[in-house]
Write a protein that binds this ligand. Structure first.
Ligand code: NAI
Length: 466
């Protein structure tokens, strides 16, 4: 069973039986009075009747986890609610769904796990290993039942411990937090653990999966949306299930991208440092109005879709590119779906929100940078591999690229999420990029909001308990 995005989970067979249309590109379109949109990645197969997909409300916040419940009931409930709300989908989203629903009463509190299959493309990357055990949550008072599922979290930090421990009160999983990255050397730590939970820069390649398998691991529960670091073919061969958190807070990532745009445009990073130093001059801080400018959104999946809506709110013209179907509400707000070349040539700001796939690797390379509007801004909160880092310095030096905001970096493994302030930066490309006044780099923190962490923890634990 596969889940895509967030929101209500729907069995495909149920949708079909309710007369929803399933288009060849992989979109399921539903129209419950106000209209709902179900998106599938175009290359996901859609012939599995047990496959679960999700409903996202155009222009609305997706449903929070606590309102999710089994879809047979949910669809009944939604039909009634859409009818009752008569054009006010906001009311539905804000209403505590389960309490007023007919057959779903009592099920609301049950967390529905979201399980992604080992579908997708292989693509393993390596990461440097740290080593020490952070802590374990299994204090004597909270010792789980003897047959409790055991989950080892790699690359754990204090915030992972805090949120997973709290969320685990509802799940009773035996948790073990390792600060070490997962790689071929550290995989042995998970011996005896049925489930492991890697993070984005852990290596989950064939060698690691084989070691995990030897140690009895049968589930890799990613605590991320991206799965480009997992060899899914190897997992399938070994019978290891891979799950992920398809969408935890698209708002977190989209809002961070907006934050980077505002920072770069109005030179906030420089202004703050200046005023702290007693320099109250404005020279060099000149920005431009976002209003009336053009933003290019590369992929309008759930994050790009939220981002596009925010930018439309600024009064920007939105140009969108996505190989999948367009988001209707973005079209309604005046967005235009165009080819990649047209988007690059006409956008004052280009923001990347696509997954890292073989086909999107180095999507922005030297040639793509040359096709961009001179002096445009590039924002990448997707994955580092989407941008050819080596091409950036030249484009910045020539002025072809006017501003650059990176939350992800091709070689971030072993660097990001760690404090390296006491050592010399060995990555010359990154070191050079950090010298530009019109570049801001954050260390993969776009996801890092309270709401997202809570959602990540509870969905991951739900996947483990499934
Ligand atoms: P999503 O699954 O909602 O959307 C993915 C989009 O990719 C869809 O619109 C789909 O049509 C498109 N797509 C599918 N195949 C494609 C192809 N071959 N070429 C180009 N586009 C293709 O994903 P979501 O949740 O919007 O996340 C997007 C990406 O953002 C993730 O893959 C992840 O890499 C990144 N991300 C970054 C975070 C951060 O902290 N910086 C946090 C979460 C996600």
């Amino acid at each position: 069973m596969y889940t895509v995005n967030n929101g209500l989970m729907v069995r495909l067979a149920t949708l079909k039986s309710m007369g929803f249309s399933i288009l060849p590109e992989g979109i399921v379109q539903a129209d419950l009075k106000e209209g709902t949109l179900v998106r599938l990645l175009p290359d996901y197969t859609i012939d599995d009747p047990d496959m679960k997909v999700s409903i996202v409300y155009p222009g609305r916040q997706y449903l929070p986890a606590k309102t999710r419940f089994f879809i047979d009931d949910a669809l009944n409930y939604l039909s009634q609610e859409f009818a009752a709300a008569a054009g006010r989908p906001d009311d539905i989203i804000r209403s505590p769904m389960p309490r007023r629903s007919c057959r779903c009463r009592g099920r609301a509190a049950r967390r529905r796990p979201r399980t992604d299959a080992t579908l997708g493309r292989p693509g393993a990357r390596t990461a440097a290993a740290g080593d020490t055990t952070l802590r374990t949550s299994t204090s004597p008072e909270t010792m789980p039942a003897p047959n409790a599922t055991r989950l080892m979290l790699f690359s754990s930090r204090q915030y992972d411990g805090d949120t997973f421990t709290q969320a685990n009160e509802a799940f009773g999983v035996e948790l073990d937090f390792q600060e070490a990255h997962l790689d071929a050397q550290t995989a042995i730590l998970a011996r005896g653990f049925k489930a492991v939970c890697p993070f984005v820069n852990d290596s989950v390649d064939a060698a690691v999966l084989e070691r995990l398998h030897e140690g009895g691991t049968r589930l890799v529960a990613l605590r991320s949306a991206g799965f480009n670091h997992v060899d899914l073919h190897a997992a399938k061969r070994l019978g290891i299930t891979v799950t992920r958190v398809p969408a935890y807070s698209p708002h977190a990532v989209a809002e961070h991208a907006v934050g980077m745009i505002l920072t770069l445009n109005r030179r906030l990073h420089r202004a703050v440092a200046r005023t702290r130093d007693g320099d109250f001059s404005l020279n060099g801080l000149l920005g431009f109005d976002l209003y009336g400018k053009t933003v290019g959104v590369i992929d309008t999946g759930i994050i790009g879709w939220v981002f596009g809506n925010i930018m439309a709110g600024f009064g920007m013209q939105v140009l969108a590119y996505d190989p999948g179907p367009p988001a209707q509400d973005l079209l309604d707000r005046g967005a235009r779906y165009v080819g990649l070349d047209e988007l690059l040539a006409n956008s004052d700001i280009v923001s990347l929100h696509c997954p890292l796939l073989p086909s999107t690797y180095h999507l922005i390379d030297e040639h793509a940078l040359a096709r961009m509007k001179r002096g445009a801004m590039l924002i990448n909160t997707g994955r580092g591999g989407l941008v050819e880092s080596n091409a950036l310095t030249g484009a910045l030096k020539s002025g072809q690229l006017g501003h650059l905001g990176l939350d992800v970096y091709e070689e971030e493994g072993g660097l990001f999420f760690e404090d390296h302030s006491d050592s010399l930066l060995q990555d010359d490309v990154l070191a050079r990029l950090l010298t530009f006044p019109n570049v801001t780099i954050t260390s993969h923190q776009a996801f890092f909001t309270r709401e997202a962490l809570v959602e990540i923890a509870s969905t991951t634990l739900g996947n483990v308990k499934a």
